[in-house]
Design a protein around this ligand. Structure first.
Ligand code: AHG
Length: 334
């Protein structure tokens, strides 16, 4: 079968984008290629997840005599491995690791970027065959090149991200990433093992019909959030409701759907957990960057997510994100 040369692979796309910047070194393209490579490895393992009882449980030996790792640890190791051995990344922060890891070797110390990621978000859904994802955020270092990266490279405001993206392991596997130039989506063509451009220039509709929130926590939300949820359930002039409630419990899948179709996703603080559950640096910042670049909005209920000055790698924040007009309706409830 002849290959359709109208397709554009992730590598071709990033290199073409780079040509618009005469001073570009290709490091960001290399970083995205490395992330795409790790994502393909994780895709293969995610697709085998249903066989885990046949192949062996985590912590036991598989047929090759290797220890079977939990999938989120496997994913973490894949992303860390490709970034450590690539030439574009000076260090990483990950949901799976307590502290940042600075690679500190001759090549990595010359690398311009650091990366933060959640290797497998929604991992409690693995056992039940529901979509899960990887989320990543890329910053240019502020510390001196030639020396090891420092914590200040990771603790930058989200508005300093140079790229952010996610991979969704769903009915197909997709990699979506944003730079300052826009948001583009690539679907994994399993026949050729390449991410190919399938969703160019993604724009988030200004409004939609979907709201996504954990209703089980309703009585623990503050009054403006309850008021907005009630508005979502009613037919009013302003919201155009009632909306449809959709909540997978896998943020990558929930926000991806709302990005494409229009909608709002909320993980508010609760009386038990005032800062909510989601992590600023590798869950909220990347999605806020992507959705804003696509025309939507993201806040913590008071301020723009991208303007929050982080103080620690694993800090949490309430999170509201989605279509511009729906977010403005929510803001009007305060
Ligand atoms: P985990 O990776 O532990 O499964 O958490 C997933 C995250 C996020 O993806 C999702 O939107 C949220 O947690 C769901 O949390 P609740 O079950 O509390 O609604």
């Amino acid at each position: 079968m002849a290959i359709n040369r109208k397709i554009q692979t992730l590598d071709e796309f990033t290199i073409q984008q780079m040509r618009n910047f005469p001073k570009a070194t290709g490091e960001l393209s290399g970083l995205l290629r490395d992330i795409g490579l790790a994502a393909k490895r994780v895709h293969v393992e995610v697709n085998k997840a249903g066989l885990v009882d046949i192949l062996g449980d985590a912590g036991t030996m598989n047929v090759q005599g290797e220890e079977v790792k939990k999938l989120d640890i496997f994913a973490n190791n894949q992303f860390m491995g490709v970034l450590r051995h690539g030439i574009s990344c000076a260090g990483i922060g990950s949901e799976e690791m307590d502290d940042i890891v600075v690679f500190d070797d001759d090549i990595s110390n010359q690398s311009k970027y650091v990366c933060l990621f959640d290797p497998l978000d929604g991992s409690s859904n693995i056992d039940v065959n529901v979509s899960i994802g990887t989320i990543f955020s890329v910053f240019r270092r502020v510390s001196e090149l030639g020396k090891p990266a420092k914590s200040e490279d990771f603790l930058q405001q989200g508005n300093k991200q140079v790229a952010a993206g996610y991979v969704i392991y769903g009915s197909s596997t997709m990699l979506v990433y944003a730079t300052r130039r826009g948001v583009n989506g690539f679907t994994l063509d399993q026949a050729i093992g390449e991410f190919t451009l399938s969703h160019p220039d993604i724009v988030c509709p200004d409004s939609g019909k979907i709201y996504s929130v954990n209703h089980g926590n309703y009585f623990q939300y503050d009054e403006p959030v309850k008021k907005y949820i009630t508005a979502c359930q009613q037919k009013t002039k302003t919201t155009g409701g009632p909306y449809t409630q959709r909540y997978i419990g896998s943020m990558v899948a929930d926000v991806h759907r709302n990005l494409i179709k229009g909608g709002i996703f909320m993980y508010p603080g609760t009386t038990d957990k005032p800062k909510g559950k989601l992590r600023l640096l590798y869950e909220c910042n990347p999605f806020a960057f992507i959705v804003e670049k696509a025309g939507g909005k993201a806040t913590d209920g008071n301020q723009r997510i991208l303007d929050i000055q982080p103080t620690e790698v694993h800090q949490r924040t309430p999170f509201f994100i989605g279509s511009r007009l729906m977010m403005e309706e929510l803001e009007s409830m305060a």
